[in-house]
Design a protein around this ligand. Structure first.
Ligand code: CO
Length: 222
């Protein structure tokens, strides 16, 4: 285990190794960020976003919370999505869950979890929506894995419901939204192959937010 003091030593080593390879590394890093990817993942310490994707600093905008939820009234995730889409113009938004997710496990456990109740409710709602499919699985383990996947797909849908994503896609044909699961047991990423265009079309039957009300300017919307 790394001690607290060692972290600063590691940091200095990292700075040295970066500047050895590229003396202007930090100058360039300080200038700007133009990431093509927004990654929304779980806070779990075993799922380090940059590392599993092999991406460098500056290449991915990251938001993490317990069980990678995209909740409509969470100003944190909504601000991240808005900034990433409207200002950074990311090309891809990835919701990445992971098997063995403690948040999903807790949601499958029928008990009062105090402050976590409203957060876990989002996952319990996913279970309710897919109860037929999940209850048909005979093994608890299979139900757990499948709920991880269904939760990712539901959070992708929540990303697609935002005005920022719909309006940007309407105008520029990006970003596209993807659902992934990270498998802690072998380190591999699994693409759940969400059909973004079909999902967007389906969602817009009810949640179409592409029209701009006449009292708002193009730039002044939220
Ligand atoms: Co997790």
């Amino acid at each position: 285990m790394t001690t607290y003091e060692e972290i600063f030593e590691h940091n200095r080593q990292w700075v040295r190794s970066r500047t050895e390879n590229d003396p202007h590394f930090f100058e360039k890093l300080a200038k700007d960020q133009q990431p093509d990817y927004l990654y929304i993942g779980c806070s779990d310490s075993r799922v380090p976003a940059n590392e599993i994707m092999g991406l460098e600093p500056g290449e991915v905008f990251v938001h993490r919370n317990v069980a990678n939820l995209v909740n409509n009234v969470d100003m944190n995730v909504m601000s991240v999505i808005n900034y990433a889409v409207r200002h950074l113009h990311v090309k891809h938004i990835i919701v990445c869950g992971h098997y063995n997710c403690g948040g999903v496990k807790a949601a499958m456990t029928p008990q009062d979890m105090g402050l976590l109740n409203p957060w876990l409710r989002n996952i319990r709602d996913v279970y309710r929506q897919h109860a037929g499919e999940l209850d048909a699985l005979t093994s608890e383990h299979d139900r757990y894995d499948r709920l991880v996947e269904l939760n990712v797909l539901e959070q992708c849908t929540n990303v697609i419901k935002t005005a920022a994503v719909q309006r940007s896609y309407n105008a520029h044909r990006f970003p596209e939204v993807h659902g992934w699961v990270f498998d802690l047991r072998n380190g591999l990423l699994k693409d759940l192959e969400l059909n973004f265009k079909a999902k967007l079309k389906e969602i817009q039957k009810i949640y179409d937010l592409t029209a701009i009300p006449s009292q708002y300017s193009e730039e002044g919307d939220h």
